[in-house]
Ligand binder design. Structure first.
Ligand SMILES: NC(=O)c1ccc[n+]([C@@H]2O[C@H](COP(=O)([O-])OP(=O)(O)OC[C@H]3O[C@@H](n4cnc5c(N)ncnc54)[C@H](O)[C@@H]3O)[C@@H](O)[C@H]2O)c1
Length: 282
């Protein structure tokens, strides 16, 4: 008799169902394409209609089924409707990727309460809403599943020019680590992903707060990310590998591995490195 698999395997996702938020750009888009290439049926959402339609059109060529919805992850009711529609269509969900997120560059004194509400609503509550909407079905299905939550290297090492962003990403990391212990008996793994500096549209989409010309600072940020040149396609591959290995924390680019190591093994050195890094975004 074949052994009952205890975790989700990602090399072949034929007939599996992957839900990906923020699939209209960057890491979410590449995850959608990679899952489609490996045979998965997809449920994709974003608030960027054009990006979402473009991802779906490209993913169609791999032959799986695809449903797309305009959903704001900060809206818990919209997420619940999305989950219901996904389950009505596919009957189950195997892989939930809470990827949608936004950036905000600035210190605490530069960040308004409105900014906090916006950032926490998407980066933290978006993950909570995704888990809340999809987990009951995943648990009831009784088969191996996985949840991927996008944290950040700024969720490992606090950055004084990314104060609110760091706070949301630390929260996602903590939520994911606790959830991974809670869901283990249900054969559902949880991975918090800490990508590093990845060349996506996040630099265009981030809010910039504080002194100095915002556009000049944005251009510097975009140029740093472009020069670093780590592509979202590689992130997607590494994320599916981390799922396969059931890693609870997955640093992706080398700088994220370094920050992970420093934050765990040498906090004073980590503090020094974070302060130097923040100078780059001022
Ligand atoms: N690019 C990086 O260097 C980097 C580093 C660390 C973490 N991350 C995280 O990775 C995730 C993906 O980022 P990315 O770099 O691909 O950025 P991106 O801007 O290219 O893509 C993010 C997508 O999320 C969507 N989105 C934003 N708000 C949304 C909302 N309220 N509801 C639904 N969708 C929404 C956007 O429209 C966009 O399509 C984010 O959570 C981000 O914080 C990125």
């Amino acid at each position: 008799m074949p052994r009952k698999s205890t975790r989700l395997r990602t090399a072949d996702l034929t007939d599996r169902v992957a839900v990906i938020t923020g699939a209209g750009s960057g890491i979410g888009r590449e995850l959608a394409l990679l899952c489609a290439r490996r045979g998965a049926n997809l449920a994709l959402c974003d608030i960027n209609d054009i990006g979402l339609a473009d991802t779906a059109a490209t993913a169609h060529s791999f032959g799986g089924r695809i449903v797309t919805r305009r959903v704001d992850v900060a809206d818990s009711e919209a997420m619940s409707r999305f989950a219901q529609e996904t389950v009505d269509l596919y009957g189950a969900v195997d892989l939930l990727i809470n990827n949608a997120g936004v950036g905000l560059v600035g210190g605490f004194l530069d960040t308004s309460v409105k900014d906090w509400d916006w950032l926490v609503g998407i980066n933290l509550m978006g993950v909570v809403h995704g888990c809340n909407a999809f987990l009951p079905t995943m648990i009831d299905a009784g088969r191996p599943g996985h949840v991927v939550n996008l944290s950040s290297a700024a969720g490992l090492l606090a950055n004084p020019q990314l104060t609110a962003y760091s706070a949301t990403k630390f929260a996602v990391l903590g939520l994911s680590e606790a959830l991974s212990m809670e869901l283990a008996p249900h054969r559902i793994g949880v991975t918090a992903v800490c990508p590093g500096v990845i060349n996506t549209a996040i630099t265009q989409n981030s809010a910039i707060r504080g002194d100095g010309d915002a556009e000049q600072r944005r251009n510097r940020l975009m140029s740093t990310y472009q020069k670093r040149g780590y592509p979202p396609e590689r992130v997607a591959h590494n994320i599916l590998r981390a799922v396969d290995r059931n890693q609870s924390v997955a640093p992706i680019a080398p700088e994220a591995h370094l920050m992970y190591l420093l934050s765990r093994a040498a906090p004073p050195l980590a503090h020094w490195a974070a302060t130097r890094l923040a100078e780059l975004t001022k």
